[in-house]
Write a protein that binds this ligand. Structure first.
Ligand SMILES: Cc1ncc(COP(=O)(O)O)c(C=O)c1O
Length: 413
């Protein structure tokens, strides 16, 4: 299959691989083919070293010490916020809130923005959401009597814009949609979604957990009201997520969690809140994680997200051709505009059996419902196996996956 031409000749994947120490490990005695980047990506030395440097040379808590190390760590933490601001092209650092992960960021919006909703107001999500963009709205429905509408998708996994249009009316106050599906790879028409929501006065939240590592995201250009992502899928550490919100909206929202750092004054009778972004960062924040995330952003930015995307498109084309030649292979999610994520079934083999058998060949993929059970029901499957590619993956790893799937076929006949 190496006759499939590569569209990018100046992408030195081997040089990037050398930045990720874990990629030279073996798994089950075989060379590692790490194809589970959608679950969590590996970390380059640049991230590991940035966190290590902080721990070794100036670590202290932030925003409270009057001594050199605390000032330096505070500066590094706040510089990281500026790096994220630039990465998303937000107007102000006040619009960047550090959270524990994307899940917490979405819960923050559902909880705090949700306080402004009344019984009968509507929130729209889609059939392809991750549980973290379903359950917080269900909790809100129980608490405030809102309605939750679900925008359907096509059999190929496309966002159905006409169905969305039919569901929009002035009772819709929030449209909360994934920017990229973690299962199908579908890229949703984000700008159009925002335009149409704003026309009826609704706000828009994008779950960008599977988007920011594959494309440039500009929140001003999208004009979305909220945007969330999680650090560990962007080659950064776990334990950190980001919420972008328009300043006026965040200003008007009540705090999510109470405690240190998020207050202006406290008496037993009454407390008042700190300015943004501190109002939404109660307690000791993810300090070294923010520093690691900024290093990850610097890393992908230095390579160039457009170049990463071109490399991944090339891999996707190669993988679809290579895997389609494997007996019983069926791809689930074939939207034309998608990232390098391939969910699939293989005849009657259960996804967990597929993943377990190919693990013996050194291949790491995810299997199961991918925290998207309603989507599994929509696609009529119990689960899928999923190969999700990142900036360091190669055609050789796709070949290793294909050969491992042949072994699954040999076992299941
Ligand atoms: C689309 C999507 N949204 C949200 C999440 C949740 O990310 P985290 O567990 O880091 O909060 C994930 C993780 O799998 C995801 O793929």
């Amino acid at each position: 299959m190496n006759d499939i031409p590569s569209t990018q000749t100046n992408y030195d994947v081997e040089a990037y691989r050398a930045d990720f120490p874990i990629l030279s490990e073996t798994m089950r005695g075989k060379p590692l083919a790490y194809l589970d980047n959608g679950a969590s990506a590996q970390k380059p030395l640049q991230v590991i070293n940035a966190m290590r440097d902080c721990f070794e040379h100036c670590y202290a808590n932030v925003h409270r010490g009057a001594y050199d190390f605390s000032e330096r760590t505070t500066a590094a933490y706040e510089d990281s916020r500026e790096t994220v601001r630039k990465f998303l092209n937000a107007r102000s650092e006040k619009e960047i809130i550090f959270a524990k992960n994307a899940t917490e960021a979405m819960n923050l919006v559902a909880y705090s923005f949700g306080k402004s909703l009344q019984p009968g107001d509507k929130v729209l999500i889609t059939e392809m959401e991750h549980h973290s963009n379903i359950v917080p709205w269900q909790l809100l429905r129980e608490e405030r009597g809102i309605e939750l509408g679900v925008i359907p998708i096509s059999d190929e996994g496309e966002f159905l814009i006409d169905a969305y249009k039919d569901m929009l009316d002035d009772r819709v106050k929030m449209v909360a949609v994934t920017h990229v599906s973690n299962v199908l790879g579908t890229i949703t028409p984000a700008k159009k979604i925002v335009e149409m929501a704003h026309a009826v006065g609704a706000k828009v939240l994008f779950d960008g957990s599977q988007a920011v590592m594959h494309m440039t995201v500009d929140v001003q250009d999208l004009d979305c009201d909220f945007y969330t992502f999680t650090g560990h899928k962007l080659y950064g550490p776990n334990g950190i997520g980001v919420l972008y919100g328009k300043e006026a909206l965040l200003d008007a929202m009540p705090p999510f969690l109470g405690g240190g750092d998020m207050i202006a004054t406290v008496t037993f009778e009454k407390s008042t809140w700190a300015e943004l972004p501190a109002k939404f960062e109660a307690g000791t924040p993810p300090i070294t994680e923010a520093i690691g995330l900024a290093a990850a952003i610097d890393y992908v930015s230095a390579i160039g997200l457009e170049r990463i995307a071109a490399h991944e498109r090339d891999l996707l084309t190669y993988a679809m051709q290579r895997l389609s030649a494997v007996d019983n292979f069926r791809a689930i999610g074939t939207a034309p505009n998608k990232t390098a994520v391939i969910s699939f079934s293989l005849g009657e083999a259960h996804p967990h059996d597929i993943a377990t058998i190919i693990d013996q060949q050194g291949v790491a993929v995810r299997a199961g419902h991918h925290c998207a059970e309603p989507l599994m029901n929509r696609m009529g499957v119990v689960g899928t196996a999923r190969a999700s590619m990142g900036l360091y993956n190669t055609r050789a790893e796709i070949d290793q996956l294909a050969a491992a799937l042949d072994k699954v076929n040999a076992i299941f006949g």
